[in-house]
Design a protein around this ligand. Sequence first.
Ligand SMILES: CC(C)(COP(=O)(O)OP(=O)(O)OC[C@H]1O[C@@H](n2cnc3c(N)ncnc32)[C@H](O)[C@@H]1OP(=O)(O)O)[C@@H](O)C(=O)NCCC(=O)NCCS
Length: 189
Amino acid sequence: MINNLQSERITLREMEEKDWIDVHKYASQEKVCQYQPWGPNTEQQSKDFVKQVLIDAKKEPRSRFVFAIIVRESGDMIGAGEITIRDYSNKVGEIAYIVNPQYWGKGFATEVAKLLIAYGFNDLRLHRIFATCDPRNIGSSKVLEKVGMSKEGRIRENLLLKDGWRDSLLYSILEHEWGKTGQGGIEIG
Ligand SMILES: CC(C)(COP(=O)(O)OP(=O)(O)OC[C@H]1O[C@@H](n2cnc3c(N)ncnc32)[C@H](O)[C@@H]1OP(=O)(O)O)[C@@H](O)C(=O)NCCC(=O)NCCS
């Protein structure tokens, strides 16, 4: 069991079975998955997603870490943040996040990305953390830029969406760059 990750307004805690209900509140919405290869989810698909997360959490060595995003003030579960080790030898990880549309535009995804990156460098001892997003996904690009990631370029047609092949923007941050960008307010507890 991993300790919760905390910032000023949110807690990231490991996902639990009951979370499928709150996952479904956003994963069933078209606007949440318009740039994703999955969804909108049926109830069964949201349950299956959480089941798979719990199965992956037990694997040894563990590569996938999925957290529920909890607003500290209200206790509401408003999304999910994920970090996955993609390459153990070269210490490479990938982050991803989703926020319930009711909470968009309040800086939550930026806070989540910072916590995931801190966890990746401090606890998982990664050297490089990357993320990809759809070139049309302005919100996600902004999040990645705001946390200090650099845009490395555009990967051509690496993902098949419902409406065809999609390019991805590739962003990354390196271990030694992380301390320099002045990320404060991160506590582990
Ligand atoms: C992308 C997503 C995570 C952003 O979440 P969020 O909590 O609204 O993000 P933040 O509030 O931290 O926003 C960061 C910046 O992006 C901007 N932004 C957010 N959504 C935007 C949009 N649709 N268009 C333009 N700018 C947007 C915010 O205004 C903010 O910029 P600012 O600080 O200059 O004002 C959210 O829209 C989402 O969950 N989308 C669906 C899933 C998804 O695409 N996940 C990412 C996969 S790569």
